[in-house]
Design a protein around this ligand. Structure first.
Ligand code: HEM
Length: 516
């Protein structure tokens, strides 16, 4: 026997085969662990202070501040906002990674405490996490409430409000009065919405008072939702509600709840007189609640109210500001205004009024809506997403539960993607017909993309295009002398015009009866 084999036959030196197996396994695992590339780093970002991080350096106009930081730190960067890690992305390809390739992982929300207070504890479509409950509510809303068929059947409710607003503006024009265009639009959108929500359940004279109550409440709610809250950045301080924001929101939540209860009660009293056909959203939602009562994920009365809240809060300011930006840009760019009115005169005629059915024949009006939302996406950073699991985006680690902002505002003005990005040129969308609102082109995301894309998109398109077409067709718009007129935006959870648009409507139809 050779000296080597002697070694293994020698009792004192023998190693049992299982030990060799264990040793080999350990060495292999260690080798793999050491050889595997280390976890990619967190995205780069500006240095912050201890404890508060980057909070003291935030600027009020977050959309432009984030664009500037992207120029310094690259297309994906991080901020420490108190104890909350926040990641901002600024390019179409990174948005695609989040909203398409990793859509499910990023389909949760980062819910501010004020939002929880106004949404029955986060029971609505906007704030529910990605779950069976969210899927059920979203399916009910998109397929039943906001389907083409239901929206068509509620056209009369929209038309009634638009006719009323046109009549009011005509009276103002006869008095040669200027109007605050944003205020007029807000009333219109709010009435359009409440008409559709419960226009058949609540009597006209009662609608008036419900509408007035709503106007005040909704703008305060939007303001509170956008206010930075220390309790969100330092959850251990939440119970003290140091700024009192949650307390204020709870007051509005109670007011909103009382309005909803009133409408539901009126609808119930109407029950026996109703012929069984659903004539507004509330009737439709209550019917769905009864139908789904025994399903695995039942719809409760709080779900119904939370969805109503989504529609009035999520649908009014966004649509109002979209039209106001469009009107301001058109008044500034008279060539585009003339082209829009020419299209309307050709398709509708000056001896007729605009109907929603005309919209499919008005490509320039549609292009105006797209161009306004490109320059002024009314939800400029989308609603913050949140990954359910730690992942890698753009080569950097994004930990579970990070708050994600997608800077749609800067993506839609990126000179590498858009020619003369800061110019208002609706024509660009006439050549780019494939670029629609559905979020398939990641350089144009005004309604988001993927699973959490805006649930009210179909309704928003109708309300914005129909209202805009009517305002442009029925009137010329003049800025009264002495009024400051510029088109600048101001950041908020919903982007706004910095200076309100004050303008005078001047009738342009052939017959005054068309305004009655
Ligand atoms: C021009 C008008 C509108 C714009 C620009 C707009 C934009 C958006 C955006 C950007 C989001 C977030 C998408 C994301 O986080 O990825 C969103 C979500 C949402 N919007 Fe809109 N929206 C508009 C009108 C409406 C209307 C009219 C309604 C209701 C009838 C509505 C209901 C909702 C709801 C329920 C969500 C939450 C969707 C979810 O999380 O699953 N929106 N919207």
């Amino acid at each position: 026997m050779s000296p080597i084999s002697n070694l293994f036959t020698d009792n004192t030196m023998s190693v049992p085969p299982y030990a060799i197996l264990v040793l080999t396994t350990i060495i292999t695992v260690l080798w793999f662990l050491l050889k595997r590339s280390p976890q990619p780093p967190l995205p780069p970002g500006p240095r912050g202070l201890p404890i508060v991080g980057n909070l003291p350096f935030l600027k009020p106009d977050l959309h432009t501040y984030f664009r500037d930081l992207a120029q310094e730190y690259g297309p994906i960067f991080k901020l420490n906002l108190g104890s909350k890690l926040t990641v901002v992305v600024n390019t179409p390809s990174l948005s695609r990674e989040i909203l398409k390739e990793q859509d499910i992982n990023f389909s949760n929300r980062d819910v501010p405490l004020t939002a929880r207070a106004i949404s029955y504890g986060g029971l609505d479509i906007v704030w529910l996490p990605y779950s069976a409950e969210w899927r059920m509510l979203r399916k009910v809303c998109v397929l039943k409430l906001l389907s083409r068929k239901t929206l068509d059947s509620f056209y009369a409710l929209r038309r009634k409000e638009i006719r009323e607003r046109t009549r009011f503006l005509y009276e103002k024009s006869r008095e040669k009065s200027a109007v605050n265009v944003g205020d007029q639009l807000f009333v219109t959108m709010m009435n359009l919405m409440t008409n559709m929500l419960w226009g058949s359940s609540v009597k006209a004279e009662e609608m008036e008072s419900v509408g007035t109550e709503f106007k005040g409440v909704v703008s305060d709610i939007t303001r509170l939702l956008g206010e930075p809250n220390v309790s969100d950045f330092f959850p251990w301080l939440a119970r003290f509600d140091l700024q009192g924001l949650v307390k204020q929101m709870r007051v509005y939540a109670r007011e909103l709840d009382a309005i909803f209860d009133g409408a539901i009660e009126k609808m119930t009293n109407l029950g026996s007189k109703n012929d069984g056909e659903c004539k507004d959203f509330l009737q439709q939602l209550m019917k769905l609640k009864d139908q789904e009562a025994n399903s695995e994920v039942p719809i409760t009365i709080n779900h119904v109210k939370a969805v109503l809240a989504d529609m009035v809060i999520g649908g009014t300011d966004t649509s109002t500001n979209t039209i106001e930006f469009a009107m301001a840009e058109l008044i500034k760019n008279q060539e585009s205004m003339k082209r829009a009115q020419h299209e309307l005169d050709e398709v509708v005629g000056k001896d007729n009024i605009v109907e929603e059915s005309h919209i499919t024949k008005l490509p320039y009006i549609v292009a105006i809506m797209k161009e306004s939302l490109r320059l002024y996406p009314t939800v400029p950073l989308l609603v913050p997403h949140r990954p359910a699991e730690t992942t890698v985006v753009g080569g950097y680690t994004v930990p579970k539960d990070t708050k994600i902002f997608i800077n749609v505002w800067s993506i839609q003005r990126d000179p590498n993607v858009w020619e003369n990005p800061n110019e208002f040129r609706p024509e660009r969308f006439l050549d780019k017909k494939s670029c629609d609102f559905h979020g398939t082109d990641y350089s144009f995301l005004p309604f988001g993309s993927g699973r959490r894309i805006c649930a009210g998109l179909a309704l928003a398109e109708r309300m914005v295009q129909y209202t805009l077409a009517t305002l442009l067709h029925s009137f010329d718009w003049k800025i009264p002398e002495g009024h400051v007129f510029n088109v600048e935006d101001k950041f908020g959870i919903v982007l706004k015009l910095k200076n309100p648009l004050i303008a005078m409507p001047v009738p342009r139809l052939s017959d005054p009866d068309l305004y009655l």
